[in-house]
Write a protein that binds this ligand. Structure first.
Ligand code: SAH
Length: 349
């Protein structure tokens, strides 16, 4: 059910209810439960007669996720580890600020891209998530947001485990459901990618103004290749050509993510190179102090002075930027820290 648009869900439910001899208004009742009520099961739909809830549950699934583990940070961040039907697990994170409540969700179990600074990269790829499994992270998080935080989710970022554009069809379907089913504004949904060009061009052709974030981390081929193996397949000049095409279609600001690793990619000269690379693009750079991961004990986040120098160098070249404060560090919910243990059954957080 969760994999389809509101209209398609209605088209599926209408003949089903008719077949059970139920009046047409039942369809609207069920719909309301799914999209507004964030129902996880047909049993919750208490204004539907019990006699039709059973056949509904038999015919359709609402893909309830089992929360295997919940961690609450001192800063209000809430991390969930969800168990999927086949026992695989993915994480999502609710990040409250004064103005926003952002959900960071996963698009794959693990990731194949092996970025050197990312914990998920060392975990490897397990499988794709289905559209309903992506949407269900939102639906189940929305319930927690309403119950525990008393507010709805205002923004969604595809920045959990996985590379969204390497699971393109499922991600596009999930975007359609978040937007068209749950009614989240397209501008409030950000897809973050290492820079998979076919996916970027596909997003460019979509009519909805979803936000695009590109994980850059280095402005030169050699350095980026050291950090991100994908640079070999989609090198920077081609990536930026695609981004210019994207902006030709969309005329929307592109965000870059730049994780600052002490002494590795934080030289101000690199900020200048980044500014040159981005010339002509409307863009904004999010600077993320590196979150240490066990696989790279020798890497540290850049210090405050180095971050300040890098940011100032960008600003000096007219490139808007902001330093992102790590959230949920005490529960290993910060950028790049999401991972699952392979066999132990317990999250290694
Ligand atoms: N695959 C997508 C989305 C997942 S990662 C992408 O790469 O964009 C979300 C962001 O967290 C990316 O910008 C990623 O580069 C960044 N990140 C990964 N590991 C990190 C770490 N250890 N410290 C800080 N940021 C990290």
């Amino acid at each position: 059910m969760l994999a389809h648009s509101r209209a398609r869900t209605r088209r599926t439910l209408a003949p089903f209810f008719a077949g059970l001899g139920e009046p047409a208004y039942r369809v609207g009742q069920a719909e309301k439960w799914i999209w507004e009520g964030a129902a996880r099961s047909f049993d919750e739909m208490t204004n539907l007669p019990a006699s039709i809830r059973a056949p509904l549950a038999k015919a359709f699934s609402l893909t309830p996720l089992a929360p295997d583990y919940v961690a609450r940070s001192r800063d209000g961040t809430i991390k969930h580890l969800w168990r999927l039907e086949d026992g695989e697990r993915v994480e999502s994170v609710l990040i409250p600020t004064r103005e926003r409540l952002t959900l960071c969700l996963s698009s794959q179990v693990g990731c194949a891209l092996a970025c050197r600074f990312c914990a998920t990269g060392y975990f490897g790829f397990r499988r794709q998530l289905r559209p309903a499994e992506i949407v269900a992270q939102y639906r189940d998080s929305l319930r927690v947001a309403r119950d525990e935080l008393g507010r709805p989710i205002s923004n969604v970022v595809y920045m959990g485990m996985g590379e969204p554009l390497a699971n393109l069809d499922a991600v596009i379907d999930s975007l359609a459901v978040l937007h068209g089913g749950f009614g989240l504004g397209a501008r409030r949904i950000t897809v973050s990618t290492v820079g998979l060009i076919p996916g970027i061009l596909e997003l460019a052709r979509r009519p909805e103004p979803f936000e695009l974030a590109v994980s850059l981390h280095a402005p030169s081929h050699d350095l980026r290749l050291q950090l991100m193996p994908i640079e070999k397949r989609y090198p920077l000049p081609e990536l930026f050509e695609a981004l210019r095409t994207y902006q030709g279609y969309k005329n929307r600001r592109i965000s870059f993510e730049y994780t600052l690793i002490g002494g590795v990619n934080d030289d101000p000269a690199l900020a200048h190179a980044l500014a040159d690379l981005a010339r002509g693009l409307i863009c904004f750079v999010n600077l993320i102090p590196f979150n240490p991961i066990p696989a790279r004990p020798e890497w540290r986040p850049s210090g405050p002075a180095a971050i300040e120098r890098f940011a100032a160098a960008l600003t000096g070249r007219g490139v808007g930027n902001a330093v992102r404060r790590p959230r949920g560090r005490d529960i290993a919910a910060a950028c790049g820290q999401l991972r699952l243990s392979t066999e132990a059954g317990e999250p290694r957080t």
